[in-house]
Design a protein around this ligand. Structure first.
Ligand code: MUC
Ligand code: MG
Length: 373
């Protein structure tokens, strides 16, 4: 019997407004652009995937528009006619013919896994070997750009029990202002919440030394990517210098980076992201290197919508320990959704959909409404 083949791949640009401006060191987001992938197979099964980055080209080397162009022009012709049931073979073929483009690769692999899970009647986590958990802890990022508004947002989310850990995006203002902002929020929340910061590479190493000492003093729990991503040795020096854990984010993409960073202990914690690593299987390879080096794990996001966040959750759910939890709150930052099946966030965690594949269903009306015309 012949296996079903991939017949058609569509990459759709979808623009969704954010619930408020989201300030990062490199950009202010007022909307999120997702590339939604629809992968149609000859047995009538459709797989869905998402390739999403942050702020056009300001965060990484792939933009939503380049991802759509590259999927249409290069990925789709390579995949059409291939066996839809052999994900490793399809991704090997892509890897052999396409350099880089890890976020697009992640979206394609997600769609292949979703389709095959639906075909077999099992979840994506099951395809990856099985889930250890059906829920994951999820923090919230405070990034309104205003200290008082951030405190009010945190107080509200604590009161309704939706989150108990807050990540602050800093580095877009002078270090003294950033530190005063963080200290004010930590003081207001006290022991009721964990507070972490993400500098998104904004400081040079000497500024980082001075500033992290102050953040440690203020009781901050975790410092994410304080310096430029290429400075692996700097990350190792900072990791050694401070008690407060340092997390590698932008420095860490695939398993090669993970190996290089682990060898010099460039970080106490690794931020895993399916987009950075080029897919779900690849992110688990990064996790394996971290585990071998006794580096803790954190489930990161590129602020994907529901499809990308749930794909990440399926991969992360197969890991033994995710000591620093996750930040898979992307769907909550958007004013609307393009799937029928909303994900539940409560008690500071996400309930991972358990249906076949990702366990999600596209809402075609909404997709059409938000699709870039
Ligand atoms: C990043 O660098 O971690 C994750 C949460 C958030 O607000 O931004 C992202 C990106
Ligand atoms: Mg980060």
């Amino acid at each position: 019997m012949n296996n079903p083949i991939i017949e058609k791949i569509e990459a759709i640009l979808v623009d969704l407004p954010t619930i408020r401006p989201h300030h990062l060191s490199m950009t202010v987001m007022k909307k999120q652009t997702m590339v939604i992938i629809r992968l149609f197979c000859s047995d009538g099964i459709e797989g869905i995937g998402e390739a999403t980055t942050i702020g056009g080209l300001s965060y990484g080397e792939e933009s939503p528009e380049s991802m759509k162009l590259n999927i249409d022009t290069y990925f789709a012709p390579l995949l059409v006619g291939q066996d839809a049931t052999n994900i490793h073979k399809a991704m090997f073929w892509i890897e052999k013919n396409i350099k880089g483009n890890r976020i697009a690769k992640s979206g394609i692999e997600t769609a292949l896994l979703d389709a095959h899970g639906k075909r077999l009647g099992v979840s994506v986590a099951t395809l990856l070997g099985g889930a250890i958990t059906e829920t994951l802890p999820v923090l919230w990022t405070l990034a309104s750009g205003n200290t008082q508004q951030d405190i009010e947002e945190a107080e509200y989310l604590l009161a309704i029990g939706r989150h108990t850990t807050f990540k602050l995006k800093i580095g877009w203002q002078a270090p003294e202002i950033s530190i005063a902002h963080v200290a004010a929020i930590k003081k207001a929340l006290g022991d009721r919440a964990k507070v972490t910061v993400d500098v998104n590479q904004a400081w040079d190493e000497s500024t980082a030394k001075i500033s992290i000492a102050k953040l440690q003093e203020a009781g901050i729990d975790l410092i994410e990517q304080p310096i430029v991503k290429e400075n692996f040795e700097g990350l190792a020096r900072l990791t050694k210098m401070f008690t407060v854990p340092i997390m590698a984010d932008e420095a860490l993409n695939d398993s090669t980076d993970a190996y290089k960073l682990a060898k010099i202990r460039g970080g106490d914690v690794f931020a895993l992201k399916i987009g950075k690593s080029g897919g779900l299987h690849n992110v688990l390879k990064v996790a394996a290197i971290a585990e071998a080096a006794d580096i803790s794990l954190y489930g990161g996001t590129l602020l994907e919508g529901t499809i990308g966040s749930v794909a990440s959750a399926h991969a992360f759910s197969t890991l033994k320990t995710m000591s620093w939890g996750t930040e898979l709150f992307g769907p909550l930052l958007l004013t609307d959704d393009i799937v029928k099946t909303k994900v539940t966030f409560s008690n500071a965690s996400m309930k991972i959909p358990q249906g076949p594949g990702l366990g999600l269903e596209l809402d075609l009306e909404k997709l059409n409404q938000y699709k870039r015309k």
